[in-house]
Design a protein. Structure first.
Length: 293
């Protein structure tokens, strides 16, 4: 067997290295086109954020101006400066933090319970097509039923505190069941047949194929549910609460303190944005773990 000439191997390797450097300038630095693309994307992101803040600032400015020029009645609409003063007063007294924490805790617990229960029910329906067909019309009816009508029933059954959780779970759990179960049914039939051909059990198919493939749908369900749960909590607080942002809104409306009402609504809007952001971050983390970027 002939031994290759080391000089020939060295020359060949040098040619490959030179061609690689020509294809990728400076070793690992990105191309000019890619850098331009990144700059455009960064500029677009900053433009969108700037436009969003500009819309908010203009809205608040017009609102304040309309109130100062007596174009609107501040007794009915309040104004941003009064809302800020009311927030500062409630913050100093410590009341706003207490009520915000109550609503946040109720929303978080309701969200977790509804997601867990809804996912378990969806798994049961997926595991048995017979059960799914039997329960389907009842799920449709419960989804169409106005949940606020159940408020008095929850109040009688669960009391003034637990009825808030009952309202929150009732609003979000049906949506969870429908969305998660629909995601299960969208899994490729070919993948399921392949698992069956390898002798996989129903539990193994659920664990290895169905649940990982349903992560994007599960994340979408979480994003929808965090808002629905918050709506359910506020509706429950309207009916039977002694604390929380819903209680402040109801109390402020009863005594005609629009500053208190608008302050509570503003805090509620900020709270909903924060909760959605947290759920969105958790969803992105899950998608990275299961490689669904």
């Amino acid at each position: 067997m002939s031994v290759p000439n080391p000089k020939i191997l060295s020359a060949s390797s040098d040619v490959k290295a030179e061609s690689f450097v020509q294809r990728v300038p400076n070793g690992k630095s990105p191309s000019v086109q890619y850098q331009s693309y990144l700059r455009k994307q960064r500029h677009r992101y900053l433009s969108i954020r700037l436009a969003q803040w500009l819309v908010l600032i203009v809205f608040l400015g017009v609102w304040e101006l309309a109130a100062n020029m007596n174009w609107i009645d501040t007794m009915l609409t309040s104004k941003p400066s009064q809302i800020f003063a009311s927030f500062k007063e409630l913050l100093i007294k410590g009341e706003i933090l207490h009520h915000t924490w109550i609503t946040s805790k109720e929303t978080l617990l309701g969200f977790i319970i509804s997601m867990m229960m809804g996912t378990l029910i969806a798994i049961l329906l997926w595991s048995s097509s017979f059960l799914s067909e039997v329960v389907e019309p009842y799920i449709v009816v419960l989804n169409a039923l106005p949940k606020v009508a159940l408020g008095p029933i929850f109040y009688i059954w669960l009391g003034d505190r637990l009825s808030i959780y009952g309202m929150a779970i009732a609003i979000s759990i049906i949506v969870t069941v429908i969305m998660v179960h629909s995601g299960f049914q969208e899994i490729s039939k070919g993948k399921m047949k392949l698992m069956e051909s390898f002798g996989a059990t129903r539990w193994q198919m659920l664990k290895m194929v169905v649940l990982p493939a349903s992560i994007p749908n599960f994340v979408a369900t979480m994003k929808v549910n965090v808002g629905l749960t918050l709506v359910g909590v506020i509706m429950g607080e309207f009916l039977s609460s002694k604390a929380g942002l819903g209680f402040l809104i109801t109390y402020g409306g009863q005594v005609f303190q629009m500053n208190l009402v608008m302050t509570s609504i503003t805090i509620l809007a900020i709270l909903s944005v924060l909760m959605y952001w947290l759920v969105n971050m958790a969803g992105k983390k899950m998608q990275k773990i299961y490689h669904f970027d």
